[in-house]
Design a protein around this ligand. Structure first.
Ligand SMILES: Cc1cc(-c2n[nH]c(CCNC(=O)c3cc(-c4ccc(F)cc4)cc(O)c3O)n2)ccn1
Ligand SMILES: [Mg+2]
Length: 214
């Protein structure tokens, strides 16, 4: 039977990356996507911006919406301080299965909790199910038409505190216009746009970083 693109991406990780070395896993995926097949990982150009935001935030508790194959999960987890935790939500069970193996190969599994399901269902359960108080950093990389809804849901669930950082991928391509409109005009956030390109292409894209002011 035919393999899927995520399965071919995983095969490239097993072939080219060194087990336990997160940077080699990131490099292997970027090579696969540049040389073989495009895939919707955040990529290296936006990934370096992600790395800098993670490093400056030094988060103890991170939420990632949209795991896909675990590329950004591995980038984030490899920069977390000891005992910090990353919860990542993936909607597609086949992609989640690949992500688990990518995360394990990178050697960051003990920092990561991968949950299969929809943001709207799981965000309200974060406190009771995972003992989360608030998130220091949220990486929004899931369905673009859910960014705004889920940001409001996180506010309502008391999952953000003064200083919490939201970092949103794809605010230009595919785009999240209602989210940008809200977050840039809300007195409760201080936002900053990082211009970049859609992963592995020359198309315009960028990340929006927003600090919750409480
Ligand atoms: C509702 C809910 C959803 C999820 C969830 N799990 N996995 C995802 C992945 C979502 N990501 C994307 O769709 C995405 C698309 C493109 C793209 C595609 C085609 C083009 F032509 C150009 C760009 C580029 C990207 O960088 C992306 O991130 N969402 C998890 C939990 N709850
Ligand atoms: Mg993305």
């Amino acid at each position: 039977t035919q393999s899927t693109r995520p399965q071919r991406l995983l095969a490239a990780v097993h072939k080219k990356a060194t087990r336990g070395n997160p940077r080699s896993v990131v490099k292997a995926i970027d090579e696969f996507c540049n040389q073989n097949e495009w895939a919707m990982n955040v990529g290296n150009e936006k990934g370096e911006i992600l790395d800098s935001v993670v490093s400056e935030t030094n988060p103890g508790c991170v939420l990632e919406l949209g795991t896909y194959c675990g590329y950004s999960t591995v980038r984030i987890a490899s920069l977390l301080p000891p005992h910090a935790q990353l919860i990542t939500l993936e909607f597609n069970p086949d992609n989640a299965a690949v992500a688990r193996q990518v995360i394990a190969w990178a050697g960051v599994a003990e920092k990561v909790r991968l949950v299969e399901g929809e943001s709207g269902e799981w965000i309200p359960k974060m406190k009771e199910q995972f003992g989360v108080k608030t998130f220091d950093l949220v990486f929004l990389d899931h369905w673009k038409n859910r960014y705004l809804l889920d940001t409001k849901l996180m506010e309502e669930c008391g999952l953000l505190k003064k200083g919490s950082v939201l970092l949103a991928d794809n605010v230009v391509c595919p785009g999240a216009p209602d989210y940008l409109e809200y977050i840039r005009n809300s007195p409760q956030y201080k936002s900053q746009f990082f211009k970049s390109h859609l992963e592995y292409t020359k198309a315009e894209d960028g990340l929006e970083k927003s600090v919750f002011l409480g």
